[in-house]
Design a protein around this ligand. Structure first.
Ligand code: CA
Length: 361
């Protein structure tokens, strides 16, 4: 099947896949599809892994058992960072992770997850669904035989846990911090030492002093890890991850082999996960923050303006450097930044204006 399928065709059921799938409706309706799904998360990982479990159940239920999905956590079938290649090659039909894990394939992938000082979750969803991202996202993944979908969002993260206060940009110098990817590079260019390590190692590294600071996700997951036991300065906001989108990838041929109604069920289950994961993070982060605020020894505070300004300046410099050498990044970033400019104007007089009135301090 060579005809390019557009998202709206998929939603309206008018695409080439829908036509092909409807050629033998009786056979298509009685067939059971047994799929595998690999994820980048440990088993039942709160918020991220649990949302995928819910999604799989939804697909099985809505399809009346015509799609059965065997779910594999990170390392069970393939290691976390091999999910992309595994689904691309057809080893599994579905995968869940985050596009910024695939920076090694293309620098542009990270734009679909988040960029420092980028969009919040609502704005990012607007770009994904109605702001031009979807076609670019598909174009980027097309050579890999993958269909990508936004599938969940943690909402704005926290800036991280620090053993010592950050009062000026000088305090960043020599700071050993667990912060991966783009955010880590921003830290490095401001004199810090970014350290990459999986979530499971953060607590011990902070406890033993191997690192001085660490970002993870937000109150819900940070509390579960016990970060408050090993560092007592909790900074906000998560400037590097202001509303990162998770991602579901589907092997293109596997998706196209489904009849139209099952394609719709898979798509709608993914969209529903995109909503419910964010809702879960909002609710659980809020209740976890309430618990952390009761801990007298923990100081919750904003990064100094000077530090945020320096980090934002560095972010823009890095983006310009990548743009200069990567035309695809540049093309996708243009869509992102044009959208950000437009969306920011609306956010300013809607959410921002409303929230400013809600907080009088
Ligand atoms: Ca994070």
């Amino acid at each position: 099947m060579t005809k390019k399928i557009k998202r709206r065709d998929l939603l309206l059921g008018t695409g080439a896949a829908a036509v092909a799938a409807s050629t033998n409706p009786v056979r298509a309706q009685s067939k059971t599809y047994r799929w595998k799904m690999v994820t980048t998360w440990p088993p039942n990982f709160p918020g991220l892994g649990t949302s995928v479990v819910r999604m799989v159940k939804n697909i099985e239920r809505a399809s009346g058992g015509r799609i059965k999905i065997k779910l594999f956590s990170a390392g069970e079938l393939v290691p976390a960072f091999e999910v992309f290649d595994f689904v691309s090659s057809g080893g599994a039909e579905l995968g869940h992770g985050a596009a910024y894990y695939w920076r090694g394939k293309s620098e542009a992938a990270q734009i679909f997850t988040t960029l420092p000082f980028g969009l919040n979750a609502m704005e990012l969803n607007g770009w994904h669904y109605f702001g031009g991202a979807q076609e670019l996202y598909r174009e980027l993944y097309e050579p890999f035989n993958l269909l990508p979908f936004p599938c969940g969002n943690s909402g704005c993260q926290m800036g991280g846990w620090f053993k010592k206060p950050i009062d000026t940009i000088e305090d960043v110098k020599g700071l050993k911090m667990r912060i991966p990817g783009f955010g880590g590079e921003v830290l490095r260019r401001n004199g810090g030492i970014p350290v990459a390590m999986p979530g499971g190692e953060i607590f011990t590294a902070l406890q033993t002093g191997t690192i001085d600071a660490a970002e993870w996700i937000g109150p819900y997951n940070d509390l579960a890890f016990g970060m408050h036991k090993v560092a007592n300065h909790y900074y906000y906001p998560g400037w590097h991850e202001g509303g990162p989108s998770l991602e579901c990838i589907i092997n293109k041929e596997a998706f196209e082999s489904l009849p139209d109604d099952l394609q719709a069920i898979v798509e709608i289950a993914i969209q529903s996960t995109n909503d419910t994961m964010l809702a879960e993070f909002v609710a659980r982060n809020a209740s976890s923050l309430k618990q952390i605020k009761k801990m007298k020894e923990i100081e919750i505070k904003p990064f100094p303006e000077e530090v945020m300004k320096a980090f934002e300046k560095t972010t823009n410099e890095i983006i310009k450097e990548i743009e200069a050498k990567d035309p695809l990044f540049s093309k996708i970033f243009k869509s992102f930044s044009d959208y950000k400019e437009t969306a920011s104007e609306w956010t300013k007089i809607s959410e921002y204006a409303l929230l400013k009135n809600r907080y009088k301090d």
